[in-house]
Write a protein that binds this ligand. Structure first.
Ligand SMILES: Nc1ncnc2c1ncn2[C@@H]1O[C@H](COP(=O)(O)OP(=O)(O)OP(=O)(O)O)[C@@H](O)[C@H]1O
Length: 247
C-alpha cells in the first residue's frame, strides 16, 4: 500500500532542537516537520521526552538550542498558542466547578460568545459523549471523564492545530474508537494533529510516526514504512529494532 501524499504545508517545523534542564539533557537534535492535515504520532516509552517536546511545540517552554516554527511563527509566541488546541497530560480543570462552567471559562478565553458558544459547548460534549454530564461537578467525574472533558476543551475553538498529550489514556476502547473517528474527520477538514502515545495499536492509526527514545528521534515515517524498513511485522518490533540500532 503506498502512503497517501502529504499536504506540503508545514505546520510544525523543529530544527535541531535540544532541551536541557540545568545540566540534564532531555532532548537532543530533534528535527521534524508536521504537515497540514496529517496526524503525527510521537511514540516513545515513559520518560523518553514526549511531553518535553510537546511543551516546546506549544510554546509553554523554550528550546535550549535549535528553533521551532509553528504556523509560520518562531515559538514561543502567545498568539500562536491561541490557535492550538492543547490537551495536557494532566488535566487542567477546575474541579470544584461543573463541566459546563469549565467550558464557559475556556470559551470566554477563546473569545467564543453567545449562541455560538452554547452550540459549540454542546457539540464538543456530544463528541466525547459527556453531554448528559454537563452540570456535574468535575470532582465527581472519573479519570476517563476528565480526559474526555479536557479533549472537549481542546476542540472548543475549532483550532487549526491540535496537540494532544496521551489523549486516550483511561478511555474505554469503544469511546477511543469514536474519538479516533472524530480526529480523522477533523484531519479531513484540514486540522493538523500531533499526539503522543505509547499505545502501539493507536500509533498505527497515525499518518506518520516519530519514534523517540532517550530524547532522540530514532526514525520518522508512515507506520507501514517503519515496519517494512525494519523488516519487522509490527510497530512494537520496529520500535525495538530502531532503538537497538541506535544504542
Ligand atoms: N522540569 C524538568 N526538570 C528536570 N527534568 C525534567 C523536567 N521535565 C521533564 N524532565 C525529565 O525529562 C525526561 C523526559 O520527560 P518527559 O515527561 O518529557 O517524558 P515522556 O516521554 O513524556 O514520559 P511519559 O510518557 O511518562 O509522560 C524525564 O527524565 C524527566 O524526568
Amino acid at each position: 500500500m503506498s502512503p497517501i501524499p502529504l499536504n506540503p504545508d508545514p505546520v510544525i517545523v523543529a530544527n535541531h532542537v535540544g532541551k536541557a534542564f540545568s545540566n540534564k539533557t532531555v532532548l537532543t537534535d530533534i528535527s521534524l516537520t508536521v504537515h497540514k492535515a496529517e496526524t503525527f504520532g510521537l511514540l516513545g516509552p515513559s520518560g523518553s521526552g514526549k511531553t518535553t517536546l510537546v511543551k516546546l511545540l506549544t510554546g509553554i517552554d523554550e528550546v535550549s538550542s535549535g528553533e521551532i516554527t509553528v504556523l509560520g511563527n518562531v515559538m514561543p509566541k502567545l498568539s500562536v498558542f491561541q490557535q492550538i488546541g492543547y490537551m495536557a497530560q494532566s488535566d487542567a480543570l477546575y474541579t470544584e466547578l461543573s463541566a459546563q462552567e469549565n467550558l464557559e471559562l475556556f470559551a470566554a478565553l477563546y473569545g467564543l460568545k453567545g449562541a455560538r458558544r452554547s452550540a459549540r459547548i454542546l457539540e464538543v460534549m456530544e463528541l466525547v459523549s459527556l453531554h448528559n454530564d454537563l452540570n456535574k461537578r468535575v470532582d465527581q467525574y472519573s479519570g476517563g471523564m476528565k480526559r474526555r472533558l479536557s479533549l472537549a476543551i481542546a476542540l472548543l475553538h475549532d483550532p487549526p492545530l491540535l496537540i494532544l498529550d496521551e489523549p486516550t489514556v483511561g478511555i474505554d476502547p469503544l469511546l477511543r474508537q469514536s474519538i479516533w473517528n472524530e480526529l480523522k474527520a477533523l484531519n479531513a477538514k484540514g486540522t493538523t494533529i500531533l499526539l503522543t502515545t505509547h499505545v502501539m495499536d493507536e500509533a498505527s492509526k497515525c499518518d506518520r510516526l516519530g519514534m523517540i527514545r532517550d530524547g532522540r528521534l530514532l526514525a520518522v515515517n508512515t507506520p507501514q514504512s517503519l515496519i517494512e524498513e525494519a523488516g519487522q511485522s509490527s510497530i512494537e518490533e520496529a520500535f525495538i529494532y530502531y532503538g537497538g540500532e541506535q544504542s
